[in-house]
Design a protein around this ligand. Structure first.
Ligand SMILES: Nc1ncnc2c1ncn2[C@@H]1O[C@H](COP(=O)(O)OP(=O)(O)OP(=O)(O)O)[C@@H](O)[C@H]1O
Ligand SMILES: [Mg+2]
Length: 269
């Protein structure tokens, strides 16, 4: 088990559909410190979402254990310690932006540590942090996809979760919007001190955001590499042009595509 706020993943394997079924994950061991930002990268179908669901207490692994701040993941979920952000923002279209951010407060009631007379102030501050001041009264249908995703992030943070679990949250966005949200995410995490587990297909995004990047093999997902990202925080987008960034990106991409394809992959943006 790790100290408070950290995540310990111990020998986690996941088999769907019994012994003849699909092995999604095989023997995952990973310790994440409290406040650390870890990105998970791997090919489609290698078990990234499955791992996130196991850590978040939404799915029991076939074998192994996960502890979050010393609790089982199921207990941590019941104690409302996770904020989830998925690829689609899943907002309620009939609620305004502020109403969507306040929804966990309404649903969780007394279980929400931020609940109280100032929960609306907290929601408004979070909307400011993600650059949505002035849009509190808009409906989701009246704002862009990137703005909707920022609402989802503000909502996930609204009840002060220790741990943010993010599953390709910016995958559907254009590059410029993604860059802006990456910067905002780092700023918000710096402020909240949340532990973050962030799934992405983008090696560049993983290196830019994370303290460590975890590479998974094709299914069954196994850890092939845990790379420390050598750039101090706070970061600016310019670090992507540093030689060390390109070298690390090339090395990690080589793990995904295999040695034969590495030259081809290195030439891709
Ligand atoms: N509930 C389920 N029942 C049966 N098989 C499942 C279930 N959930 C996932 N799988 C299988 O487990 C494997 C891993 O799925 P998972 O969604 O974790 O992959 P992923 O790495 O997130 O992929 P992607 O990058 O495409 O989102 C896949 O083969 C998938 O079909
Ligand atoms: Mg997935």
């Amino acid at each position: 088990m790790t100290s408070s706020g950290g995540i310990a993943i111990e020998g986690v394997s996941m088999q769907f559909g019994g012994s003849q079924g699909v092995t999604a994950l095989d023997g995952i061991d990973l310790n994440i410190s409290g406040g650390e930002f870890v990105a998970i990268v791997g090919p489609s179908g290698c078990g990234k979402s499955t791992l996130l669901r196991i850590v978040g207490g939404l799915l029991e692994p076939t074998s192994g254990h996960v502890y979050v701040g010393g609790k089982t993941s199921g207990q941590a979920r019941r104690d409302v310690e996770f904020g989830f952000v998925f690829q689609q923002p899943t907002l309620f279209p009939w609620l305004r932006v502020l109403g969507n951010v306040l929804l966990p407060d309404r649903v969780l009631g007394r279980r929400n540590p931020n609940n109280g007379p100032n929960s609306k102030d907290i929601a408004q501050e979070l909307l400011r942090d993600v650059g949505l001041e002035g849009f509190e009264d808009h409906y989701p249908g009246q704002i862009s996809g990137g703005m909707q995703q920022r609402v989802a992030l503000a909502r996930a943070l609204s009840y002060g979760p220790n741990t943010l679990l993010m599953d390709e949250p910016f995958g559907a966005l254009d590059e410029f919007t993604r860059d802006r949200l990456n910067l905002q995410l780092l700023e918000v995490c710096n402020k909240t001190g949340s532990t973050v587990l962030f799934v992405t297909h983008s090696i560049q995004e993983a290196i830019f955001l994370a303290d460590r990047v975890v590479m998974l093999s094709p299914r069954p997902g196994r850890i092939t590499r845990v790379a420390e990202v050598p750039f101090p925080k706070p970061r600016t987008l310019e670090i992507r042009y540093e030689p060390g960034f390109a070298a690390l990106a090339g090395e990690l991409r080589g793990l995904l595509v295999g040695d034969d394809d590495i030259e081809l992959a290195m030439n891709q943006p």
